[in-house]
Design a protein around this ligand. Structure first.
Ligand SMILES: Cc1ncc(CN)c(N)n1
Length: 200
């Protein structure tokens, strides 16, 4: 069975391009153009809805009570603190209507919705793993959080001991139940394309 470490190694080129993206550098510096940040967050609000549904599918499909509870707790955080951040950030950036999905967002929605409908725990956890691990990776790469809450909170949501423990749990679960390599590769490609798309 392929491990999460091996998967990341196999897909390192695209993974590293996403983690080292210009958007990440600008987030860390607090210098993303407002129109770029608005486009990114409006697309990510669409991502968030499918992501919450996928977390719900993983809760339902988990093969053991312990992991089910861990995923359920994280679902609560995403639907709470993270959703609250979106409401405030989009209001500040003047985004008052849902965006039309750009191609990488549509790709993510198809991947997440397909995985959710399959009710396959291993595939759901593989997609969640990429989405969370790659974000932990970039968030750990940037330095001190900028003073502006718009940047600081987005970075803080994706690093720190609790988020790192969540990612460690996802890795352990994927290593236990077996990864879906096709889903892993697709999700990594989409993460890179998602950052690219923010620039229009
Ligand atoms: C596109 C994308 N990928 C991952 C994450 C982190 N959950 C996110 N918010 N958006």
């Amino acid at each position: 069975m392929i491990t999460s470490a091996e998967l990341r190694h196999r897909h390192a080129e695209v993974w590293d391009a996403a983690v080292g993206h210009r958007f990440v550098d600008e987030l860390g510096a607090g210098t993303v153009d407002d129109a770029v940040l608005a486009r990114y967050l409006a697309q990510d609000a669409l991502f968030l809805d499918a992501f919450v549904a996928l977390l719900g599918a993983a809760v339902a499909a988990a093969d053991r009570p312990g992991p089910r509870m861990v995923v359920a707790r994280q679902l609560g955080l995403v639907a709470g603190d993270e959703d609250d951040y979106f409401a405030r950030a989009l209001a500040r950036l003047g985004v008052d209507a849902p965006a039309e999905p750009l191609a990488p967002t549509s790709g993510f929605l198809a991947l997440m919705d397909g995985s959710r409908r399959s009710a396959d725990y291993a595939t759901a956890m593989t997609v969640l793993l990429v989405a969370e691990w790659l974000y932990l990776d970039w968030a750990q790469r940037v330095g001190d959080e900028p003073a502006d809450w718009l940047y600081a909170e987005w970075i803080a949501l994706h690093r720190g001991p609790a988020f790192a423990a969540w990612v460690a749990f996802l890795r352990a679960e994927v290593d236990r139940v077996g990864a879906d390599e096709q889903a892993f590769a697709r999700a990594v490609e989409l993460e890179l394309a998602f950052f690219d798309a923010a620039y229009g």
